[in-house]
Design a protein around this ligand. Sequence first.
Ligand SMILES: *[C@@H]1O[C@H](CO)[C@@H](O)[C@H](O)[C@H]1NC(C)=O
Ligand SMILES: *[C@@H]1O[C@H](CO)[C@@H](O)[C@H](O)[C@H]1NC(C)=O
Ligand SMILES: *[C@@H]1O[C@H](CO)[C@@H](O)[C@H](O)[C@H]1NC(C)=O
Ligand SMILES: *[C@@H]1O[C@H](CO)[C@@H](O)[C@H](O)[C@H]1NC(C)=O
Ligand SMILES: [Zn+2]
Length: 408
Amino acid sequence: MLQLTSCNRMLTILLILLSPYLLDDQKSRFLFHDMSAEVVDSNPYSRLMALQRMGIVENYERIREFSVAIVGIGGVGSVAAEMLTRCGIGRLLLYDYDKVELANMNRLFFRPEQVGMTKTDAAVQTLSDINPDVVLESYTLNITTVQGFETFMSSLKNKTFRPSKEGSGVDLVLSCVDNYEARMVVNQACNELNQTWMESGVSEDAVSGHIQLLIPGETACFACAPPLVVASGVDERTLKREGVCAASLPTTMGVVAGLLVQNTLKFLLKFGYVSPYLGYSSLKDYFPTMAMKPNPQCSNAACLQRQKEYILAKPARDAAANAKMEAEASAAAADVPLHVDNEWNISVVDDSEQENTGGTSSDALPEGLTRELPSADEFPKHSTYGATDTAVDDLEDLRRQLDALNAD
Ligand SMILES: *[C@@H]1O[C@H](CO)[C@@H](O)[C@H](O)[C@H]1NC(C)=O
Ligand SMILES: *[C@@H]1O[C@H](CO)[C@@H](O)[C@H](O)[C@H]1NC(C)=O
Ligand SMILES: *[C@@H]1O[C@H](CO)[C@@H](O)[C@H](O)[C@H]1NC(C)=O
Ligand SMILES: *[C@@H]1O[C@H](CO)[C@@H](O)[C@H](O)[C@H]1NC(C)=O
Ligand SMILES: [Zn+2]
């Protein structure tokens, strides 16, 4: 510890001595250039690389290879972009048609002096200052127009950043838009490209939200079950009506952005459990989770095509899953006993165990604790990941959960 501190001090002194010789720009590039694990105060990545040392993430540095597209740079999208930038993501593609307004200042990220700038340009300005290592691309366009959609598609296909990548040029698309049409457009693009994406939303009363993982052919697409992803239960098409002013809270948007980027990191860096659907009710502090299978009667032709491919690939998937299960079974032999002082008998539930039993963390309450939620009885207990009988059941479960969210 002592050694560390003196090491920090020496580096700081060195930097102070060097600083007159470095231009502002060079100074930041000098500091950010290398994603090293060295524990010094001047290393912006040391606390992230510690995830690797602690065994949470196998290879954190891989984050440099990933491209993430964010559609909608509003209250959720801008915060998600900042989080990914600070995490050292390789490349961000930002899409929005809008300009920064004073009415956005109750949210995070944008500053009053950026009023009048396009949201994408203002975001690039702020994000490149925060971390010059991230490749930023700004697309000021409306993806629901014919031209906007074409540019959107071709930008997603651009593989210059990592030519060896399979599929499209991006690893994940994050939808952070505030209306139904734009979500359907993202859904269309991702179904056509076989592109995994995550959808996010905050209700117009600003007190609940959700995130959802959409893997074309494997999980329900946005057209498979349109009204159910809206936690408020309000038709999104009415949201943008003249004279209707939706509420917004920086807290709810920050929570949803945090859940979205957490799920993104887990998906990209392959750690923990990637939630297929995670709702958030701020009034009850309730987080329902859910998995949804695609609808074989989906109206989206590209979705049906992806469903067909997914079914055809089943034998290969089963073989891979079996091999993984056998490997895990032999590793599970070395189990650690619970701590003797554990008076509440709280235990950590293993991911693989969770999948096998079909339980969630909220189902598996430790003994000695009970639920105090007034409407807890209404929430079905079987309707979670790994226990998905049919798509219809899942949708009804989700509808019940969402109704419960909106009650009182
Ligand atoms: C985006 O384009 C669609 C389709 O042309 C149009 O209906 C919508 O008003 C546009 N939105 C904005 C904010 O320009
Ligand atoms: C493709 O992506 C790279 C960055 O990865 C960018 O420099 C280039 O301009 C893009 N090409 C097109 C045609 O957008
Ligand atoms: C579609 O994407 C999934 C997940 O990324 C992948 O496993 C699958 O092979 C892809 N399908 C095709 C036909 O490329
Ligand atoms: C925890 O487990 C011990 C031994 O199994 C039991 O005696 C004790 O009552 C449990 N405590 C709670 C709070 O359930
Ligand atoms: Zn579908």
